[in-house]
Design a binder for this molecule. Structure first.
Ligand SMILES: C[S@@+](CC[C@H](N)C(=O)[O-])C[C@H]1O[C@@H](n2cnc3c(N)ncnc32)[C@H](O)[C@@H]1O
Length: 337
């Protein structure tokens, strides 16, 4: 008799796999800990949509919607919104977290972004009928060329693609904001080191493309001019990296890649009131917990105590109070040809 031993290798990718088994409580915390884009930000997207291609606002599709927090915001501008995600537990949390009034106009679809062309059928407004496709805080996790092909098949001609990503907080208040930035970076980089190894693991290609997208301020995401027009890349506070921690937290090398094409516009805006919020030490901790969903378990009690000490340092520096923060944010807008 022969015996076969099967070993299953756990694939771990940034954010996604750490959040895959989490319930509505996790997503409630996620929404509470993340920056909430001001309405002004959605107006930038809407102004673009209104003035490029066809301004119809019947249907939007929010890719990587998680629990629908950004899809909900789009319902202010669009008659119907489809939210899709690879994580079915995140979608299942939406009814608890999206207002019961608005959720009636939201359709949730369980699908990887890369296969959306097949997942979205005629009844929910699929191919060639979507006016706006948003990709919020998700593009570095995707196989971008395959995902962009899927977004093209959803959008109608003259429809808008809006891809955006925010990074770490930038401390803008208190007597010594640079010291707070340095402390945050030290803690986040240490947390990232608890997640290693990345190199040589099944999830490595995703870690690699995510790091590359962030260090490139999303310039690694190509929007071929044969397929997209009027490409604008807004970069708020681009003097601060989109990487959540320093390169020292990684076990591989990566450099910026620039796949922007001739004719695109890049607009850099330094505005330290952009997405402004006020955070205390607990909120800083909550943000770190949501950016690195599985780190506490990976750290173990001794290394986790280091992180708690770092948060106590924050508490002391902030005198138990709050400090203003802003964010680096990149928004890519494009019209489907
Ligand atoms: C950081 S969360 C962003 C959630 C929400 N869009 C926001 O802005 O707060 C990233 C989301 O992307 C989803 N995601 C990751 N890889 C994906 C893929 N290949 N296709 C679709 N969704 C994906 C994750 O499951 C997760 O819900």
């Amino acid at each position: 008799m022969s015996t076969t031993t099967t070993t299953t290798t756990k694939v771990e990718t940034p954010f996604t796999t750490g959040a895959i088994q989490q319930d509505a409580a996790f997503w409630r915390e996620y929404i509470a800990s993340r920056p909430s884009p001001p309405e002004e930000f959605f107006r930038v997207i809407q102004d673009y949509h209104r003035t490029h291609g066809d301004p119809t606002t019947a249907l939007a599709h929010d890719v990587g919607t998680g629990p629908g927090n950004i899809a909900e915001r789009l319902l202010r501008y669009y008659d119907r919104v489809v939210g899709s995600d690879v994580n079915k537990h995140a979608l299942a949390a939406a009814p608890e977290l999206v207002s019961s009034d608005l959720i009636k106009r939201l359709t949730l679809v369980h699908s990887p972004a890369e296969s959306l062309a097949d997942a979205v059928d005629e009844t929910i407004g699929g191919k060639g009928k979507t006016d706006l496709t948003t990709v919020s805080e998700c593009i570095p996790l995707l196989d971008a060329p395959r995902a962009l092909a899927a977004f093209r098949s959803l959008l109608r001609t003259g429809g808008t693609l809006a891809i955006y990503f925010y990074g770490r907080p930038i401390f803008t208040g208190g007597p010594d904001p640079a010291r707070l930035d340095a402390l945050y970076d030290r803690i986040a980089t240490r947390i990232c080191s608890f997640l290693l190894p990345f190199k040589g693991t099944p999830g490595f290609p995703v870690h690699q493309r995510a790091a590359e997208a962030l260090v490139s301020q999303l310039d690694s995401i190509a929007l071929p001019s044969a397929e997209w027009e009027d490409v604008i890349r807004y970069k708020w506070n681009a003097d601060v990296s989109l990487l959540f921690n320093s390169k020292e937290g990684y076990d591989f090398e990566f450099e910026p890649v620039d796949r922007r094409e001739e004719g695109e516009t890049t607009e850099e805006i330094r505005d330290r009131t952009w997405w402004q919020d006020e955070w205390d030490a607990d909120r800083i901790k909550a943000y770190l917990d949501s950016v690195y969903p599985s780190y506490i378990e990976k750290a173990g009690p001794v290394r986790y105590a280091e992180i708690e000490q770092g948060i106590d340092e924050f508490r002391e520096l902030l005198g138990g109070g709050k400090v203003t923060v802003s964010f680096p944010v990149v928004l890519i807008l494009a019209t489907k040809k």
